[in-house]
Design a protein around this ligand. Structure first.
Ligand code: SF4
Ligand code: SF4
Length: 266
C-alpha cells in the first residue's frame, strides 16, 4: 500500500478500446444484460486487441503537498468552472487536511493521475469513461454514463479520483479543464487549468511529460527563492533554512539557481 492508498497495480498486459478489454467488456455485459450493448460496442468484439490501445494523455497535474495551505480554492474553483456552483463535493481535485497532524502530513492534494493504463476506463462497461480522442485526457461522456460507479471503485487510489456527481447522477473526474462551460478560458492540455491558475500558493502545476509512475512522480518541489524569503524550508525534508539557502545560492555561479523548482512560483 502506498501513501495514497494505491492498491496493487495491474500489469499493463491488455490493450483495450476506450480501456475496455474484450474480456472486461464481456464481463460487464454479463452483469448488465444486452441493454448495455451500446453504440458500436459490438464491433469491438470482432476486432483484435491490438486495436484497443488507450492513447496517452497529453497532460498531467503535479502537486506540492508541502506547499499546499489547505485553503480549498482549487476545489471551489474546480466545481465552479465545471458546474457553475462552488461546492466542495463537486470538485474533481481533492484536498485533505488534518488538524491533528504536523507539517507536512497536515495537508495533501489528491489529483487524477491520467494513468497510462487507466483502470477507470477499463472498468466502464459503456465507454462513457474514455480517453478523449484529441487529447488523450481520461474523460467521462456524461450522456453514456449509466451510473454503475464501477469506475469509482476501479480507480486504484484512495480517495478515488473519480467522483459521483450526486446532483446530475453521473461519474465525474478531472478533465484538465477541457470542458468548463462556466469559464471563459481555454482549458485542456493546451490551455489553462483552473486549479493551477487559482492556487494562491502555486502548489499545483501542469506538465505535458508523463510523470514517473509513483507517488513521488506526481509531486514536485515548487518552492523557490520567494518561498525561502518567507523563511519557509524549501527542501523536502523541511530542514534548510532561508539563510542556508541564500548562502548556497550566493555560492552558485551566475545564472545557476540553487532552487529545485522550475521557476513556477510567482
Ligand atoms: S481516475 Fe484513477 S484510474 Fe482513472 S486516470 Fe485518474 S487516477 Fe487513473
Ligand atoms: S459510472 Fe458511468 S462512467 Fe463510471 S463505469 Fe459506470 S457508466 Fe462508466
Amino acid at each position: 500500500m502506498t501513501k495514497t492508498g494505491q492498491k496493487a497495480s495491474r500489469p499493463p498486459e491488455v490493450a483495450e478500446k476506450g480501456g475496455v478489454s474484450r474480456r472486461q467488456f464481456l464481463a460487464g455485459v454479463g452483469g448488465l444484460g444486452v441493454g448495455a450493448l451500446l453504440g458500436g460496442s459490438l464491433v469491438a468484439l470482432a476486432l483484435p486487441d491490438s486495436v484497443y490501445a488507450v492513447p496517452a494523455s497529453q497532460g498531467y497535474l503535479l502537486v506540492d503537498t508541502k506547499k499546499c495551505g489547505g485553503c480549498e480554492s482549487c476545489m471551489l474553483t474546480c466545481s465552479l468552472v465545471h458546474t457553475g456552483k462552488e461546492n466542495l463535493a463537486l470538485s474533481r481535485i481533492q484536498v485533505a487536511k488534518s488538524a491533528l497532524a504536523g507539517f507536512p502530513q497536515d495537508s495533501a492534494q489528491y489529483q487524477c493521475r491520467q494513468c497510462p493504463y487507466p483502470e477507470c476506463v477499463e472498468a466502464c462497461p459503456t465507454g462513457a469513461m474514455h480517453a478523449d480522442e484529441a487529447t488523450g485526457v481520461r474523460t467521462v461522456d456524461e450522456g453514456k454514463c449509466i451510473g454503475c460507479q464501477r469506475c469509482i471503485s476501479a480507480c486504484p487510489f484512495t480517495p478515488s479520483r473519480v467522483q459521483w456527481n450526486f446532483e446530475e447522477r453521473h461519474a465525474q473526474k478531472c478533465d484538465l479543464c477541457k470542458n468548463t462551460p462556466y469559464w471563459n478560458r481555454e482549458g485542456g492540455p493546451g490551455g489553462t487549468q483552473a486549479c493551477v491558475a487559482v492556487c494562491p500558493m502555486k502548489a499545483i502545476s501542469f506538465t505535458a511529460e508523463l510523470p514517473v509512475q509513483s507517488d513521488e512522480g506526481y509531486e514536485e518541489n515548487m518552492r523557490n527563492i520567494h518561498w525561502s524569503n518567507l523563511s519557509f524550508p524549501i527542501d523536502d525534508a523541511g530542514k534548510v533554512s532561508a539563510e542556508t539557502y541564500m548562502r548556497a545560492k550566493a555560492a552558485k555561479p551566475a545564472g545557476e539557481d540553487a532552487s529545485t523548482d522550475s521557476g513556477k512560483m510567482a
